[in-house]
Design a protein around this ligand. Structure first.
Ligand SMILES: [Zn+2]
Ligand SMILES: [Zn+2]
Length: 234
C-alpha cells in the first residue's frame, strides 16, 4: 500500500543505519559537487535526525533553522528533508555555519555549529588545499589544471572528513525550543498591471487596485550569497 511520505524511506533508512556515504551521495546530487562543508551539513543532519528519532515527511513536523546559505545548508536539506519548498527550512540571517533542528511535537531540538577554527584545522590537516583554495575560490584566478587539482583534493577531503570525529568539526548543544509557526496559506490576488497571481501579503494597492511589487516599483527582500537584503525594485 502506498504510504504518505514514503519517498524518504531510503534516506531515513540510511540515517538509522549510519550510512554516511549514502547520505553524502544523495546530498551531492542536490549540491552538484562534493566539498568539506556539504559533508559537515550531512553529518549535522544525520546527527540531528538520529537525535530527534522521528521520520520527516516534509509536513513541517521537523524544522531546520539554518543560519547561513552555504554548502553546509544543502547537506542539511538533503538529509533532514527540511527544504526551502516545504517551508521546514527556516533561514535566520546570522552568517554562522550553524543549524538548529527542532521536533515540533515537543520542542526537542539540537543545535550544531561548525567550530570557529574549522578552516584552519582543515588547511593544517590538508596543506595542499589552502593555496589552491585561495586561487580557485577566493580570487578566481586559477588555471584549468589548478582547478582540476583543487576539485580532486576538495572531494578527497569531503570523503575523509565524513569519517573524522564529529566533535573535531562541530559543537553540539541539545535544547528545547518551540518550532516557528506553521507556514500559512494566503489568498492569491491578481496584479492589475501584469496579470500575474501574487500572494496577498506581497501585493500593495496602487490606485485602489492590487499590484505586485515589481509593477509598483517597490524594493523587495532578496536572499542572495550576501544574505538577505532589501534591494532594488522587484
Ligand atoms: Zn560545496
Ligand atoms: Zn505585476
Amino acid at each position: 500500500m502506498h504510504e504518505f511520505g514514503e519517498a524518504r524511506k531510503a534516506i531515513e533508512a540510511m540515517i538509522r543505519s549510519d550510512n554516511l556515504e549514502g547520505l553524502l551521495q544523495h546530498a551531492q546530487a542536490l549540491h552538484g559537487h562534493l566539498c568539506p562543508m556539504v559533508t559537515l551539513g550531512v553529518k549535522a543532519g544525520h546527527y540531528a535526525m538520529k537525535y530527534l528519532e522521528d521520520p520527516n515527511t516534509g509536513m513541517e513536523e521537523i524544522v531546520a533553522v539554518v543560519e547561513c546559505n552555504n554548502c553546509f545548508t544543502d547537506g542539511i536539506q538533503a538529509v533532514t528533508g527540511c527544504t526551502f519548498g516545504n517551508n521546514a527550512l527556516i533561514f535566520k540571517d546570522l552568517g554562522k555555519t550553524a543549524v538548529t533542528v527542532i521536533r515540533r511535537r515537543d520542542g526537542r531540538a539540537v543545535r550544531l555549529v561548525v567550530r570557529p577554527d574549522f578552516r584552519e584545522y582543515l588547511f593544517d590537516k590538508y596543506p595542499a588545499a589552502g593555496p589552491l583554495f585561495d586561487k580557485v575560490v577566493i580570487h578566481r584566478q586559477a588555471t584549468p589544471e589548478e582547478e582540476h587539482r583543487f576539485q580532486h583534493i576538495w572531494e578527497a577531503m569531503a570523503r575523509r572528513e565524513l569519517r573524522a570525529p564529529l566533535d573535531s568539526q562541530m559543537q553540539v548543544t541539545p535544547l528545547t525550543q518551540a518550532a516557528p509557526e506553521y507556514a500559512r496559506i494566503f489568498q492569491t490576488v491578481i496584479c492589475h498591471r501584469c496579470g500575474e497571481g501574487v500572494m496577498a501579503p506581497r501585493s500593495i494597492e496602487v490606485d485602489g487596485r492590487p499590484t505586485c511589487l515589481t509593477c509598483a516599483g517597490r524594493p523587495v527582500h532578496m536572499l542572495t550569497g550576501q544574505g538577505i537584503s532589501c534591494g532594488g525594485a522587484g
